[in-house]
Design a protein around this ligand. Structure first.
Ligand SMILES: [Zn+2]
Length: 105
């Protein structure tokens, strides 16, 4: 299998809105200073410990699971798919976004 070009990965990390992606997963985000916080869907979270940084387009769970990363890590973790599959999902979303629809993420 061909390797996914680094520039494709970098573009996804830059262009796909993590905030929209997390909200599309059913997580309600609230503004908290420069960041957004919400209940982490990856562990039994009662006190919002999922931190999303829209500026860096990164997320991090401060609670039990301690996971975090980029938009690609989010898709891999929440949908339980491979890196390649996550890139494909996000690429599809990006094309749709180019057509004017971002909701399909
Ligand atoms: Zn968590």
């Amino acid at each position: 299998m061909a390797r996914i070009p680094e520039d494709v990965i970098e573009r996804l990390k830059r262009e796909v809105s993590l905030e929209r992606l997390v909200e599309a997963s059913g997580v309600e985000l609230k503004r908290h200073g420069a960041d957004l916080i919400g209940l982490c869907p990856l562990h039994d979270d009662k006190d919002p410990s999922l931190v999303v940084s829209p500026k860096k387009n990164l997320w991090h769970c401060l609670g039990a699971c301690q996971r975090g990363g980029t938009v690609i890590d989010w898709v891999m973790t929440t949908r339980d798919v491979s890196f390649r599959h996550a890139v494909e999902i996000l690429s599809g979303g990006r094309d749709a976004h180019r057509r004017g629809r971002r909701e399909c993420l």
